[in-house]
Design a protein around this ligand. Sequence first.
Ligand code: ATP
Ligand code: MG
Length: 204
Amino acid sequence: MFIVLEGPDGSGKSTQARLLVEHLVSRGRQVVQTREPGGTPAAEAIRSLVLNPQFAGLDDRTEALLFAAARAEHVAQVIRPALQQGAVVVCDRYIDSSIAYQGVGRSLGVERIRELSLWATADLLPDLTLVLDLDAAEGMSRVGERDRLELEPQEYHDRVRRAFVELAIHDPERYRVISASGSIQEVAQRIRHAVDEFIAGKPA
Ligand SMILES: Nc1ncnc2c1ncn2[C@@H]1O[C@H](COP(=O)(O)OP(=O)(O)OP(=O)(O)O)[C@@H](O)[C@H]1O
Ligand SMILES: [Mg+2]
């Protein structure tokens, strides 16, 4: 089973990925925790390039291709092998981040970016995507401005937030929108509930 956490900057994806992994391990599952962009040495190198403020003004298509390249490597080397071994894979960001940030945020087009990403992953999609929904300003106040992408204007972040929720609304079987406001433990409880319910509802 392939579970992805998505949502805007500072919505709590990394925090909640860790807590979800603890929960699944406590239920006796074999879990692989990973993140995008990154998850392999080559993909982490692409991550440090693409998030580096030194490259402000990186061409939008270059950015989209770099994310896709990192994802291709990550799926081929880590995610697909782990799924084949029967592990639950919990991944911090995936294709929908590219759709939201590059497709909608950078206006490169949702369908173009979806196609590019699916080519990169040889059509691997998550079984379940948890969209952590949080006001962009609240997210930004949690993280501060840390990297190149977080320096974008408020309007960009608002469009990104709406894009995640739109993706979820169009595919309710594969998505759950989780309110990311409240305490870390409150959000974790919502996620555990959603994941346990999803697993219980899946045919063995
Ligand atoms: N529910 C919460 N309430 C308050 N602070 C939180 C909450 N969840 C996470 N945080 C804090 O907010 C910061 C951002 O959380 P986290 O790194 O998990 O978000 P993220 O979605 O992974 O961010 P990014 O998109 O930048 O990777 C961290 O300092 C974390 O401890
Ligand atoms: Mg994070």
